[in-house]
Every structure is written in structure tokens, then in C-alpha cells.
Design a protein around this ligand. Structure first.
Ligand SMILES: Cc1cc2nc3c(=O)[nH]c(=O)nc-3n(C[C@H](O)[C@H](O)[C@H](O)COP(=O)(O)OP(=O)(O)OC[C@H]3O[C@@H](n4cnc5c(N)ncnc54)[C@H](O)[C@@H]3O)c2cc1C
Length: 367
């Protein structure tokens, strides 16, 4: 079966990889926009304590975290080892220590159905700091060992490479969808016309403008996130857990003496690809309030990404209204690195006519 996937972020790359594994002839098209979310995302995977209440969104979140182990095995079979994933644990560190009770109850209740969360335990302030040394001194914590981090750039690149090994083709450029009556005939990329039996639109925050000419009004908008990378060469950060203060911010470490503090949530930003004084001040203040030991670290990099945020906050996975061979995969918002690989696998199953592991009804795109 010929399938075109538009968008090679975490979601499109995953769909392309799973389709290629199943023997589809896949063309993956991407134009490398500034602000693509996967290249900016922080990479926290720790859903069990999340305050999210929508059952459908939580199902995708917890399923997404669980799916990682399977995905790592699949990519391993395809010779991919550089995935940027590590199960370092998640440390909940609310400003008001009394909130630990609430978060502990919630995480323990959810962990009964999610053993991958691991053995949840309360930590003293000293034990918490032993795990994440820049943490403030008097901060008790709740530790969830199943929490993980992922580098979206490295994982998406690995998925793309693995898809190519399985026969997929990568096409750089801007895709327009070509319709034949009520069916998608393929896409046009510059002068090239590529035909397909199915088209998957995983174009992130840019998808609404791609779909509008077809009369599909996708309720998704860009939400800018500005995110700060700090470095202190010589510091062994490889096993530091992700820090979740239970406000809009978080910290996580990568193995190259790097700590990332995220992030602004600017819903009226449009595609304004800029770092702002207020945005960076907001993120740094939030991060240093939790981890003052980072104050002397080097400000190494600032990334900017546009989260594809659904107006109703629920991911969109399924056929475009009135067009069964055009599938939409979008709206993963602030949790797309957690949900993305799994969502791509689910969309691939839908294309293949298999009954997806998670029923996609709740994520339907309405007309
Ligand atoms: C600052 C920040 C922090 C985040 N932190 C986390 C986190 O800790 N945990 C978590 O789970 N998630 C996090 N996320 C969310 C996550 O990064 C996103 O939800 C996810 O990356 C979205 O992936 P996507 O593939 O849908 O979109 P994108 O990664 O944006 O990919 C869409 C791709 O489509 C391409 N495209 C668009 N239109 C066309 C066209 N017409 N033709 C060809 N190509 C096209 C674009 O160039 C782009 O490459 C964060 C996001 C941001 C911005």
C-alpha cells in the first residue's frame, strides 16, 4: 500500500516507521519549519501524577509512556540505539509540601494499573537533593522510578532512519494535498506529484492551513514554548531525575552536563518565532526557585517550539470528516513526546485497517 505522511515530527516519524515496518511503501514529507515542536520539546515522560482529568487524554498519555519499552525493542531490531531515552525517574517537588499527599494518592491509585510507574516512594529533602544536587535544601519529594526523559530530536531522527531502512522515502519540501472528488489522491511537493492510497497529515501546528482548502477546520492552534538549556561542563547529570514542581514548569537533565528548564505556554503567540525577555525571565525564575544551585550554570541555548494545541485539549487522531483515506494525527499539545510514538503506531493501525489497540473514537476529528 502507498502511504504519504506529511510531517516528520515525533508523530509523523512514528506513523511512517510503523507503516514501513508493515510493508507499506511510505513517503515522508517535511519542510523543516522553524519552531517544529519535536525539535524544541523538553522530553518529560511521567504521566502518573499528572493533574489531567480527561480520561481519553490520560489513556493516550499512560499508553504512550508504556509504549516506549516496546518501541525501544522495535528500534533495536532495526539497529537504532541512539534514541535519547533514559528511565531516570520523576521527582515531584511542589512548592507547598502538603501537596505531596494529593499527588501521592493520585500517583499510587494510577500505578495500580500501570506497574511501569515502579515503586513510588516519599523522599526526605536530603535524599531528593542527592538525586538532583541543585535542588533547594528544604524540598521533600515524591519519587516515581518509572519516569523518563527523551530527546525528541534524537528519537525522531532514529524513527526516520529506521523507516528509511524499511524502504521509506524522505522528501524535503512543502506538501499540498491533492484531492480527487472526496478522496485524497496524493500530495504535490514543488513540481513533484506523489500519488497514494492514504495520506496521513501529521503537520503539527501548521496542519490547519494545510487542511483549510479541503474544507476541514481543525481546531488546533500554535502555542509557543520558550525553553532554556543550561550547562556546566564536568557535571555528571546522566542519571538526574526529571523535576516536576506541579506548576507549569519543570526541569530535566541530559547526559552532556545539561539541564533544561521549561517552558512558557503562550497561547496567543501565532507563529512568532522569537525568544522574548519576559519569556526567558519567566522560565529562569521558575527554574531557579526550585533549583537555586543552577544559578551559576552557563546559559547555553534557548529553543522555541509551537505546540499543536487542540482547542478542547484533546488529541485528534482519525479520518478527516468526509474523507476516509485522509487521516489526521494532531493536537498532542504539551505531551506529544509522551503520546507521539504511541499515537503514530495507532494511526498506522488505522491505515492498515486493523482495529487499533486503543479505540480512536474519542479522538475523532469533528466536521
Ligand atoms: C517547549 C516545549 C516543551 C515540551 N515538553 C514536552 C515534554 O516534556 N513532554 C512531552 O511529552 N511533550 C512535550 N512537548 C510537546 C511535544 O514536543 C509536541 O506535542 C510534539 O513534538 C508534537 O509533535 P508533532 O509531530 O505533532 O509536531 P511537530 O514536531 O511540530 O512536527 C510537525 C512537522 O510537520 C512539518 N510540516 C508542517 N506542514 C507541512 C507541510 N505542508 N509540508 C511538509 N511538512 C510540513 C513541520 O515542518 C514539522 O517538522 C513540548 C513542546 C514544547 C514546544
Amino acid at each position: 500500500m502507498n502511504v504519504i505522511v506529511v510531517g516528520a515530527g515525533i508523530l509523523g516519524a512514528s506513523a511512517a516507521y510503523h507503516l514501513a515496518r508493515e510493508g507499506c511503501k511510505v513517503t515522508l514529507v517535511d519542510r523543516g519549519d522553524d519552531g517544529r515542536a519535536t525539535a524544541a520539546g523538553a522530553g518529560i515522560i511521567c504521566p502518573w501524577g499528572s493533574a489531567i482529568e480527561d480520561a481519553a487524554s490520560y489513556a493516550l498519555l499512560v499508553g504512550g509512556a508504556r509504549y516506549y519499552q516496546h518501541l525501544l525493542a522495535l528500534l533495536g531490531e532495526d539497529g537504532e540505539q541512539d534514541l535519547g531515552y533514559a528511565r531516570v525517574g520523576g521527582l515531584y517537588v511542589p512548592a507547598d509540601a502538603r501537596d505531596l499527599d494529593t499527588i501521592e494518592r493520585r500517583a499510587r491509585a494510577r500505578a495500580t494499573e500501570a506497574p511501569e510507574a515502579g515503586r513510588i516512594e516519599r523522599l526526605s529533602a536530603a535524599d531528593a537533593r542527592a538525586l538532583f544536587p541543585p535542588l533547594k535544601r528544604d524540598q521533600p519529594a515524591l519519587f516515581v522510578p518509572g519516569g523518563a526523559r527523551v530527546d525528541g530530536r534524537r528519537l525522531a531522527a532514529a524513527l526516520q532512519r529506521a523507516a528509511l531502512k524499511r524502504g521509506a522515502r524522505f522528501c524535503t519540501g512543502s506538501a499540498e494535498i491533492v484531492m480527487n472528488g472526496r478522496r485524497a489522491a496524493g500530495v504535490r511537493v514543488g513540481l513533484e506529484h506523489i500519488e497514494a492510497e492514504y495520506v496521513v497529515v501529521a503537520a503539527g501546528a501548521w496542519a490547519p492551513s494545510l487542511l483549510a482548502p479541503l474544507g476541514v477546520h481543525l481546531g488546533v492552534a500554535p502555542q509557543r514554548g520558550q525553553i532554556v538549556h543550561l550547562r556546566l561542563p564536568g557535571t555528571d547529570t546522566a542519571r538526574w531525575p526529571v523535576l516536576l514542581p506541579l506548576n507549569d514548569y519543570y526541569l530535566l537533565a541530559f547526559e552532556d552536563a545539561r539541564v533544561v528548564i521549561g517552558a512558557t505556554r503562550e497561547s496567543q503567540s501565532g507563529f512568532d518565532y522569537r525568544m522574548t525577555a519576559a519569556g526567558i525571565a519567566e522560565v529562569l525564575n521558575a527554574g531557579l526557585a526550585v533549583a537555586p544551585g543552577l544559578a551559576a550554570w552557563t546559559l547555553a541555548e534557548i529553543r522555541i517550539g509551537f505546540r499543536p494545541l487542540a482547542h478542547d485539549n484533546r488529541p485528534k487522531l482519525g479520518p478527516a470528516p468526509g474523507c476516509d483515506n485522509l487521516l489526521i494525527a494532531n493536537g498532542l499539545g504539551a505531551s506529544g513526546l509522551t503520546m507521539g510514538p504511541y499515537s503514530g503506531a495507532l494511526i498506522a493501525e488505522a491505515v492498515l485497517g486493523k482495529s487499533p489497540k486503543l479505540a480512536l473514537g474519542p479522538y475523532a476529528v469533528s466536521s
